[in-house]
Ligand binder design. Sequence first.
Ligand SMILES: [Fe+2]
Ligand SMILES: [Fe+2]
Length: 258
Amino acid sequence: MVIRIAAVGDVHLDEDVVGRFRPALEELPECADVLLLAGDLTRHGTEAEARCVAEEFGGLTVPVVTVLGNHDHQCDQVPQVTKVLEDAGITVLEGNGVVLDCAGGRLGIAGVKGFGGGFAGRCASDFGEPEMKAFVRTTTESADRLGAALRSLDCDMLVALTHYAPVPDTLVGEPLEIYPFLGSYQLGQAIDSAPTALAVHGHAHAGTERGTTPGGVRVRNVAHPVIKQAYSVFHVGDQLDTDQVSPIGQSGSQRSWS
Ligand SMILES: [Fe+2]
Ligand SMILES: [Fe+2]
């Protein structure tokens, strides 16, 4: 029993990029049961940019599930952006989950944007000024919602979808100084609180593709500037968890926005 998961993040669409991903997306049914988008779908989170995302990723023959990224929050139009995406048939997760019936079984996907905070030994703590406490509380609440969503899903295979990174492994290549703004160990703890088979994130454009949580869960940074193709495909199942090297999916776009 195998479920095939395609994923990409940080496509940062606007009018000038529309159409670049589409040829590879049309081939998705041949290699994947679902497409996950790991946030930063837009550059500034405008409704107009969201319509570009809807045009590019809407109407596909496989389900599309996404979380939003920090860029998608920039213009404070999250409700409008979310509505445009959902009207295009894209499922937008934030602290909740969805279960999809795939040929290889029931796939549970729990998603949250996540937030920063840093990693073991180098992280922000809930101490001092109210602003610092609010920063840490944002991360804690986000991670708590991810963990609760993961543990609530009744499925055969479980995947965590975030924008921010749950481990430092996939940040290698980024400046150390900005690690606390790229992810949090608390997301990793949430992922490890459930029988998660795969964790997918974006945000770290200069990072590394592969990592592992302390609990042994496979983590993949699918930011488009990292994977340099329209999407990567991962298999999860009873007998094998593998990364597929897809011969298709070259979008030609290797932009590097953060
Ligand atoms: Fe981001
Ligand atoms: Fe990004």
